[in-house]
Write a protein that binds this ligand. Structure first.
Ligand code: FE2
Length: 194
């Protein structure tokens, strides 16, 4: 069965004014769709067509890895945002963030700085590795699930993720992601399951 583009977990205009329907129409409807389409072209008629997305990511390299990982990364990113997001985590995740980074404000500073500092295209992630929380960046399609890390939350820092709304102002996009969009319920569920 072919891979399919997952629906957004909210309406296309639900993240406005922080992330526009126009951006989502391109980013989800064109970019994410293109990764799904190319993944299907590369796997059609091969044994990979019977594998799960995660299995392909963990067993492939080159073009196939890039398409599969970008499909996974984008689905994770849509879920990392929600209408009325931002705010702060609670419970065990909040305690773990305080322990790892000193405070939630320090976490936000580091997440933003690492996202700004990722040269070129990539992703900034909050991950859990060996029981510890870390902020890591990955280049292009690279994904923490091949690095023995559990993804907790991510922000896409490819230029296509923010250019229509923020032009070249990646720091402003990351600040808005943290202040208005981050889905801490999703992050807490990932943290609790890890
Ligand atoms: Fe993207």
């Amino acid at each position: 069965m072919a891979f399919e583009l997952p629906s957004l977990p909210y309406a296309q205009d639900a993240l406005e004014p922080h992330y526009s329907a126009n951006t989502l129409s391109f980013h989800h409807g064109k970019h994410h769709q293109a990764y799904v389409t190319k993944l299907n072209e590369l796997t059609e008629g091969t044994d990979d067509a019977k594998k799960s997305l995660e299995e392909i990511i963990k067993s492939s390299s080159g073009g196939l890895f890039n398409q599969a990982a970008q499909v996974w990364n984008h689905t994770f990113f849509w879920n990392s945002m929600k209408p009325g997001g931002g705010g702060a985590p609670s419970g065990a995740l909040a305690e773990a963030i305080d322990k790892a980074f000193g405070s939630f404000d320090k976490f936000k500073e580091e997440f933003k700085a690492k996202g700004v500092g990722q040269f070129g295209s990539g992703w900034v992630w909050l991950v859990k590795e060996g029981g510890d929380l870390k902020i890591v960046t990955t280049a292009n399609a690279e994904t923490p699930i091949t690095n023995g890390q559990t993804a907790i939350l991510t922000c896409d820092v490819w230029e296509h993720a923010y250019y229509l709304d923020y032009q070249n102002r990646r720091p402003d996009f990351l600040q808005s992601f943290l202040d208005n969009l981050a889905n801490w319920d999703f992050a807490a569920a990932n943290f609790d399951a890890a």
